[in-house]
Design a protein around this ligand. Structure first.
Ligand code: 5GP
Length: 116
């Protein structure tokens, strides 16, 4: 299992440019470089967890904080009432490309139904 740092660790440490919209000691949120919706922000833990399969009970507060931060950003972006979607992809079948867990916050348009 890969557990090396990814580009996201460099973003957390401000070593490469990114549009960070929120950061605290636990999480970092920044705009996706290839937005799939008018609002497309990634919320990531500052701690490196490669995939959801490596999440442990110790990480529950961090994962919960990611959701709280996502909801706060959705409000700031003005999409809280119109609606938004949070997505986390795990491994190949979900198309995970960066092995540092991240929550996609998507909104600002009708996203269609993902699950019928
Ligand atoms: P995944 O497919 O792993 O769920 O999502 C990875 C996301 O990270 C993609 O939406 C991709 O556009 C985004 N991404 C990859 N590299 C960078 C980068 O260097 N900067 C930013 N801001 N986003 C990135």
């Amino acid at each position: 299992m890969m557990s090396e740092e990814t580009i996201f660790s460099k973003i957390i440490r401000h070593e490469i440019p990114s549009d960070i919209v929120f950061q605290d000691e636990t999480v970092t949120a920044f705009r996706d470089i290839s937005p799939q919706a008018p609002t497309h922000i990634l919320i990531i833990p500052n701690k490196l967890i490669p995939t959801l399969n490596q999440v442990t009970p110790e990480d529950e507060a961090v994962l919960g904080h990611m959701v709280t931060v996502a909801a706060k950003i959705a409000k700031q972006e003005g999409i809280a009432e119109s609606g938004y979607r949070l997505i986390m992809n795990c491994n190949k079948d979900a198309g995970q490309d960066v092995f540092h867990i991240h929550m996609h916050l998507l909104g600002g348009k009708n996203l269609g139904k993902l699950v019928h």
